[in-house]
Every structure is written in structure tokens, then in C-alpha cells.
Design a protein around this ligand. Structure first.
Ligand code: ATP
Length: 596
């Protein structure tokens, strides 16, 4: 059984002629009913202007110039005229139709184009690369257009350019499939479920067409096919969050990185982004981490990849990991300078068991057993909460550790992994404000932490404090490991030598225990992303909220040694409290401007 391309084109024309969704669905239902089971996937992909599911990243996208060349060959019209025609009509497909309309293609069209044929040629175009590929693409497209009727040429050209743009959404196709091949509306949830667990409409269509509704009922998650991610709702009141969760929930650090869905199959690692793009090649370091740190054969897990400072292990701003994108040749360097840590937060599949169907506590428990935790591969930090205060405290810790808030997750029996859905099973609880720190601050070095890796033998990070005039003490505001060049590290070892003592100085107020302590003396200039509440720093303790101090988030040494300043000239805790307040004020102003 076969299907003519003209049948597809007839549907395309009608779809373009209407704006009514119901009518589009009806047209698709008619088409799909007539489509043989073994090519239904191709019909589905082609109707969306593609050849494969998006996650494979295979695009047809022939260049306009090449398409014009092919059209010139078939129509015997000169290229500049085709370019003019294109300019006039604004669409090369329309131009192709017009150019070929005048031509009689006797002899060329004794056979009519089938869907398979069109698909195969487009596939060759999509996959040809390397030397000679330009000629090969022109040849392929020429052969396709020469066999096409003018109207077929219009759609084939558009598809080859990657610009079919019929606007048939995933949900419309799922609707149409449900009506054409299953029990209509009633079957839609099953189809959606299969789609959410495979991200592949063609695959779902083919399973349904060949195995019927039962094939969808037993549809399995497969390693290699990404699962559409579960998404969270958002709330800003801890009390409300707990009520939504029936009074008990798992709270996790919300890491500020890149969501990664990792598929492992006998040491082969495939990584997908939040948008299900294949990003395997951008994270060779994650392959190693996962292969060394995960026990077991075939599995799918999700986690957040966060950039870390290699010498201190501290989390760094998300932007640093986004630089991994598209810079292949510099990848090696970036990996060394800014490695990532992976915090796994969910398990979706493991050796034949579809974990998406199990409740969250069971998934988490199984995940914990699979991971050999180390500095760079760990579980997302989690506690079980029943009180709003616990959420607030945990939030402060999360922010102090470089996270952007919390993810609160349901632990009820119905807490399965809801692929592709945003729901109340997960709630994101972010800090209410976010604003840039405008000014630098001058802080006093009161302690230090030993460096690791490349910074072995020097300091990995310094413990910095602000001056509290009232009590004449120094209260800690951050641990700073960024912004130091190699020469700074050497210089600091030397300068700080004379301040070294073997215990915390009596004028230093710190909850953190440093590896090395100093007499407060050296002042450094630092800039951060913002000032946040902190459970571990003592600067401004209790001034904003009981039990909380203030910290500088993502602090970075500017390169300036403020040797002209005595430690008592450093930025005061009072100033930092003021900076925090003005930050909040600025935020509420921005909010009211936005609201107006
Ligand atoms: P959304 O993903 O909800 O559409 P978004 O892309 O703007 O929104 P956020 O609002 O920052 O993302 O929040 C959701 C994201 O938080 C997740 O997609 C995931 O990348 C990240 N995340 C960090 N830590 C966790 C965690 N412990 N559990 C789940 N997601 C986490």
C-alpha cells in the first residue's frame, strides 16, 4: 500500500485555506484514516514540516541559493529571474509553483510522486554533508521538483527549505489521531501520555496504527527517547505551599543551572535539555561523572547541572554553564575552567521499570541507591517539611549555598511523574527579589580555606567580614573564591602570612569554621550579585529577620587591594543592612512600575 504525495498536498492546501481548528482537525482525521500504517509516522512528520522528532535535531533546511539553482535547472528559467519572482512573492514555494505552471513537463511526469519517495529524497538532502554535499543537495532537489506537479513543487520546496509552516500543533495532531484511529476524545489522554513519554508523535502514530489502542496502554518509556519534563507551579507563601501539599512535602534546593535528562545505556550517555534538544556533546565531563558514579545498566534520570568553582567547590552563577552552548572548539578549556556538578533530582526509568508511574518518595529512594555520591555528582539536597518555618529556614540555607530557591514536591501516593504537565505536584518557591548589587564593598579578610586542585598549596577561598562599629567586631558576609588571578593567589599567601593565627580572632564573629584564621588586617574590594538573607553569615544578624544574617551572593574580588584602608575603614555591617533595604525598595518600585 502506498500513498500519493498529491493526497498530502490536497490536505495542506485546505489547511492553509482555513483558520478554524476544528476544520483542520477534521481534514487531518480524513487524511490519517487513509494513511497506510507503515508510513503514518512519515505523514505525521511531513505535516509538521519535518522528517524526525525534534530531539534528533535533524533539519532539512536546504539553503535558498541551492533551491533557486534546482528550480532554475527544472524550469529552465535563469536564476536572477527566479530570485526576482521570489522577492515579489515573498515565498520560494509560491515562486516554484508559478514558474512551473507554465511548463509542460511531459515525459518527466509519467510516474506520480509518492509520500515515501518525497520523504526519502528530503531525507537524503537532510543527511548529506561534507565535500560534494552542495552538488548532491541540488541534484536531489532537482529530481524531486522535476517529478512534482506545480502545486506539489510548492510544498516540496517549502519543506526542503524547512519552512512548511502549516502551523499544525502537536495537540491538533494528537486530537486527529485519536479520532482517526482510536475512540476519539476518550482515547486522547492515552495518546497524550504516550507522546509525553516519547516526545515523538510519529512513533506514537505508528504504534497506534499498527497495534491499536492496546499498544498505547502498554506504551513504555524507552532509553534514548526523551520524556517531556514535569513542570512546576509557583507560589510565594510557605503556608499556602504546605496547604497545597496536604501539610507534608519534600523540599529541595532549587539549583540554578541547566536541567538535564540523562539517558544511560551500557555506558552510552545521551543528554537532553529542558527543551529536549540533544546536548550530549556539550558535556563530555558529565559522561565521565555519570559512567563512574551511577550503578546500573539502563536508566533515565533528571538533574540540574550547575557550574562550580574548581578550587572551592562552590556553586557559580548559571550564566557560566550556558556558555557551553555552541562553542565546541573551546569546550575543552571551558570544561577545565568551569566544570559542572550534577544534582540528580528524579529517576524516570531503571532496567525495565518505568519509574514515572511510581510515587515520588519511591523514585527518590531508588535514585539514592543508584548514585555513588561525590563532590561533583550528588542528589539534590532534600528535607521533609511539615511547617512553614522549616521552609523559610531551608530557603535561607539554599540561597546561602548559591541556589535560587526551593522546589517543593508532593510525597502523596498520587505523586507520579507527570510528564509534559505543569501541576501542583511540584511548586517552585523562589526568593521574591532579584536585583543587581550596584556598589562594591570593602571587606576584611578574617579567615581562609585551603585550595584544591589547581589551587592546591594556595587559598581556595577567603572568609570576608564587614565591620560592626557598634560592637567593634568583624562579622562575616561571604566566602569569596572568585576573581583571583594566579598572581593574586601567590601574593595573598605572602601578605596574609603575617596575619596568620591558629584560632579565630576574638574580634571576629563567625559561625563558619575556617581552615586558617587571620588577625583582621587586609581589606579587599569585592562585588557580588546581590545581598541575601543567610543562616550562616553573621553580618547584620537579626536585623532583618530573627536568626538570619546577610550575605553577599556570588562575591568576586575586583582586583583591588585596599591597603590604604585599615580594617575599621571597611564597609560596615550597617551599610550592608542599608544596601539590602534599598535593594528591596528598588525591587518593589520596579514591581509597581511593572504593575502600572
Ligand atoms: P519551568 O521549567 O517551570 O517552565 P523555568 O524554565 O523558568 O520554568 P524555573 O522557573 O527556574 O524554570 O524552575 C524550574 C526549573 O528548576 C526546572 O526546570 C529545573 O531545571 C530547575 N531545578 C533546580 N533544582 C531542581 C530540583 N531540585 N527539582 C526540580 N527542578 C529543579
Amino acid at each position: 500500500m502506498t500513498m500519493l504525495y498529491s493526497r498530502l498536498v490536497e490536505t495542506y492546501q485546505k489547511i492553509e485555506g482555513t483558520t478554524k481548528r476544528l476544520e483542520i482537525t477534521k481534514l487531518l482525521v480524513d487524511l490519517l484514516k487513509e494513511t497506510p500504517a507503515d508510513i503514518i509516522d512519515k505523514v505525521v512528520y511531513l505535516t509538521q514540516g519535518k522528517l524526525y522528532p525534534d530531539y534528533l535535531g535533524i533539519e532539512i533546511g536546504i539553503a535558498e541559493k541551492l533551491a533557486i539553482k534546482a528550480l532554475a535547472i527544472v524550469s529552465a528559467v535563469k536564476e536572477p529571474r527566479i530570485a526576482d519572482e521570489y522577492k515579489r512573492r515573498g515565498d520560494l514555494g509560491d515562486a516554484a509553483e508559478a514558474l512551473l505552471a507554465g511548463k509542460t513537463q511531459v515525459g518527466l511526469r509519467n510516474e506520480r510522486l509518492t509520500v515515501e519517495e518525497v520523504y526519502t529524497i528530503l531525507d537524503r538532502i537532510a543527511k548529506s554533508s561534507g565535500p560534494g554535499s552542495v552538488e548532491s543537495k541540488i541534484r536531489q532537489l532537482t529530481s524531486l521538483i522535476s517529478k512534482a506537479s506545480p502545486i506539489e513543487a510548492k510544498y516540496a520546496t517549502r519543506t526542503a527549505l524547512g519552512r512548511l509552516r502549516l502551523g499544525v500543533a502537536d495537540m491538533t495532531l494528537l486530537d486527529a489521531l485519536a479520532h482517526a484511529l482510536a475512540r476519539g476524545k476518550e482515547s486522547k489522554p492515552l495518546l497524550e501520555q504516550a507522546y509525553n513519554r516519547s516526545s515523538d508523535l510519529g512513533f506514537v502514530a505508528r504504534a497506534l496504527a499498527s497495534g491499536g489502542i492496546d499498544a498505547l496502554r502498554s506504551f513504555k518509556v524507552t532509553v534514548g527517547r526523551p520524556i517531556r519534563p514535569m513542570l512546576a507551579e509557583r507560589l510565594s507563601d510557605p503556608q499556602e505551599i504546605l496547604e497545597k501539599m496536604n501539610g507534608r512535602a519534600a523540599a529541595e534546593y532549587k539549583y540554578d543551572g541547566l536541567r538535564i535528562q540523562a539517558h544511560l545505556s551500557n555506558r552510552k550517555v545521551t543528554l537532553f535539555s529542558r527543551r529536549l534538544e540533544n546536548i550530549t556533546d556539550q558535556f563530555p565531563d558529565l559522561h565521565i561523572l555519570l559512567n563512574q558514579g551511577i550503578v546500573g545498566g539502563e536508566l533515565i534520570l533528571e538533574g540540574e547541572a550547575v557550574p562550580v568553582d574548581p578550587s572551592t567547590g562552590e556553586l557559580l552563577p548559571f550564566q557560566l554553564v550556558s556558555q557551553r552552548r555552541g562553542r565546541k572548539y573551546e569546550l575543552e578549556k571551558t570544561i577545565q575552567e568551569i566544570p559542572v556538578a550534577l544534582f540528580a533530582f528524579d529517576l524516570l526509568y531503571n532496567n525495565g521499570v518505568d519509574y514515572t508511574q511510581l510515587e515520588f518518595p519511591r523514585r527518590r529512594e531508588a535514585l539514592a541507591k543508584l548514585i555513588r555520591r561525590n563532590e561533583r555528582l550528588d542528589l539534590s539536597r532534600q528535607i521533609i517539611v511539615t511547617k512553614p518555618e522549616q521552609l523559610d529556614d531551608f530557603m535561607q540555607q539554599a540561597v546561602a549555598d548559591g541556589c535560587e530557591g526551593l522546589m517543593i514536591k508532593s510525597v502523596r501516593p498520587d505523586s507520579t511523574y507527570k510528564a509534559g504537565a505543569r501541576g501542583w505536584g511540584w511548586i517552585k518557591y523562589k526568593r521574591e527579589y532579584k536585583s543587581e548589587m550596584q556598589d562594591t564593598v570593602d571587606l576584611v579578610v578574617v579567615g581562609a580555606f585551603a585550595g584544591r586542585g589547581r589551587r592546591g598549596g594556595t587559598y581556595g577561598a577567603l572568609l570576608l567580614a564587614a565591620y560592626d562599629e557598634k560592637d567593634d567586631v568583624f562579622r562575616t558576609a561571604c566566602k569569596c573564591g572568585s576573581g583571583f588571578k594566579d598572581e593574586d593567589l601567590a601574593k595573598l599567601l605572602e601578605i596574609l602570612e603575617k596575619y596568620k593565627i591558629n584560632h579565630r580572632h576574638a574580634r571576629v564573629d563567625s559561625k563558619i569554621v575556617a581552615d586558617t584564621w587571620f588577625v583582621p588586617g587586609l581589606v579587599l574590594e569585592v562585588i557580588g550579585a546581590e545581598i541575601t538573607l543567610s543562616p550562616i553569615h553573621t553580618c547584620g544578624l537579626n536585623s532583618i529577620r530573627p536568626g538570619a544574617g546577610l550575605a553577599i551572593r556570588f562575591p568576586r574580588f575586583t582586583g583591588k587591594y585596599r591597603t590604604e584602608k585599615s580594617p575599621e575603614d571597611a564597609t560596615t555591617t550597617k551599610e550592608i543592612i542599608e544596601m539590602y533595604r534599598s535593594q528591596l525598595k528598588k525591587l518593589s518600585e520596579t514591581k509597581s512600575v511593572e504593575a502600572a
